[in-house]
Design a protein around this ligand. Structure first.
Ligand code: 5AD
Ligand code: SF4
Length: 456
């Protein structure tokens, strides 16, 4: 009997990393279910154990190997193990050496081949007792940067019934010097805008009201059929009947056009939020990072947002301690935070990544110094956010309800600007997740807002 039959074709999937990975997992789950598999909540119940992995920072790959080592003994019960995602692509067949009980290693550019890979796994005999190591099954999908194809599937198993992701572009051709993504997710390839719009309409018919367009760099989207620019696609998704909120991530300043801000100004369903990672406020460091823009060019894009008719919230990613970053460079990053006044910043200590150009630069800034810079930056940003959030006091804003915090007696919501706004409502009021409610802001905290429901 094959492994999968023995375990009633069950699988367990754990996901690490970014929104792209989260959405890939929704597609992987849908594909497995379409092949007769059933998702189970624990490793113990599963015949097939999958990890969708991330390798963007730190020792992410080691975390995965530790997890795999913990479960090695389960191989004898006939369980199969698979590593998907960025660590799979980055480490490739080395994974079989480090974790010999793994039978599947598959990067994201090969997911379209999953059905045939699953068949190979199912057909292989289960090895029990003392077995010949050579007989172990090894299935790989490692397309590297070669594939031109996107992972388009009709079997996406979305986890939230109100808001969902749509991938518009996969891969990345930017090669920022610190970044593994161009190596793990392959070259840039865009879907046609017609197929993106068809998916958006289908989601609207199913009751979705919020859509997030995804890509490593959505601004370099190139409609494979040449019909629409990214800004035009964004506007068209915002005009799909039933869609009330459209977000997009991630943007690259080099390719970010003013037409995106014009679209936000003219299509109400486009959320008033832009995530535009800057990485550093020093042009010298940006150059070493191969980011392809200067501080001034970045600030020009910010000025487009600030002169928009709508109040656009702006968020960013920053790396501290990049090789060669001096105290002066770091101070330039701090002054940029003051100048932009971000609504939120995700900041990271630089970590050298395999294959990337910056791995050859000396990572000479000690970890304690990176930590000091990170703490100083977060402290500054906290003050900025407090000020930014205070501007919302007494505004009436619409939130999408995400649930209830019973302990606090508050409903949890999210604004179009992507801020958490928790609110109270009169006794007896009850909201379904996904409903939209007008709320007056009464308290501004650094990381969230608090308010009360407004009648009507
Ligand atoms: N070290 C630290 N941070 C990194 N990021 C990407 N690569 C690295 C790295 N090697 C951060 C960037 C990016 C975010 C997703 O992760 O800020 O925008
Ligand atoms: Fe992590 Fe980047 Fe891969 Fe996302 S694309 S999972 S952030 S390495």
């Amino acid at each position: 009997m094959s492994a999968a039959e023995q375990q009633d074709k069950t699988f367990y999937l754990e996901t690490f990393g970014c929104q792209m990975n989260a959405h890939d997992s929704e597609k992987v789950v849908g594909t497995l279910v379409s092949q007769g598999y059933r998702q189970v909540p624990t490793v113990e119940e599963a015949g097939l154990v999958l990890y969708n992995t991330c390798s963007i920072r730190d020792k992410a790959e080691q975390k995965v190997f530790h997890r795999l080592a913990d479960f090695k003994k389960l191989e004898k019960q006939g369980k199969r193990f698979g590593v998907l995602g960025c660590v799979a692509q980055q480490e490739g067949e080395k994974i079989f050496e480090k974790a010999p009980h793994v039978s599947l290693v598959c990067g994201s550019a090969s997911y379209r081949k999953l059905p045939e890979m699953l068949l190979q796994i199912e057909r292989a005999p289960v090895l029990t007792g003392k077995f010949d190591i050579q007989k172990r099954l090894r299935v790989t999908g490692l397309d590297d940067r070669e594939t031109d194809e996107c992972f388009e599937t009709e079997f996406t198993a979305r986890t939230n019934p109100h808001r969902g992701y749509i991938t518009i572009i996969e891969g990345c051709d930017k090669f920022c010097s610190y970044c593994v993504v161009p190596f793990t997710r392959g070259k840039e390839r865009s879907r046609t805008s017609d197929s993106v719009l068809a998916e958006a309409r289908q989601m609207a018919e199913l009751g979705y009201t919020e859509i997030q367009l995804l890509g490593q760099n959505v601004n370099s989207y190139k409609d494979a059929a040449g019909k629409r620019t990214f800004a035009e696609l964004l506007a068209a998704v915002g005009e799909v009947r039933g869609i009330r909120r459209v977000r997009f991530t991630t943007s690259h300043p080099r390719d970010f056009g003013k037409d995106i801000i014009d679209a936000i100004d003219s299509v109400p369903a486009l959320c008033d939020h832009v995530h535009l990672p800057v990485q550093s406020g020093s042009t010298r460091v940006l150059d070493a990072m191969q980011r392809l823009y200067t501080r001034e060019q970045y600030l020009e894009r910010i000025s487009w947002m600030k002169s928009a008719r709508r109040d656009i919230s702006i968020t960013s990613d920053v790396i501290v301690g990049f090789p060669g970053e001096t105290e002066d460079d770091f101070q330039l990053t701090l002054s940029l935070l003051d100048e932009v006044e971000y609504d939120a910043v995700f900041a990271f200590k630089y970590s050298p990544r395999p294959n990337t150009p910056s791995i050859k630069m000396e990572d000479a800034i000690p970890d304690e110094e990176k930590s000091r810079r990170l703490a100083a930056l977060l402290e500054k940003q906290r003050e900025i956010q407090k000020r930014r959030n205070q501007k919302h006091l007494s505004e009436i804003v619409e939130v999408m309800v995400e649930g209830k915090n019973d302990a606090r007696g508050q409903w949890m919501g999210r604004t179009s600007q992507n801020k958490t706004l928790n609110f109270v409502a009169p006794e007896g009021c009850s909201f379904e997740s996904g409903s939209y409610v007008p709320v007056r802001v009464t308290t501004a905290l650094p990381n969230s807002l608090v308010g009360e429901m407004v009648d009507g």
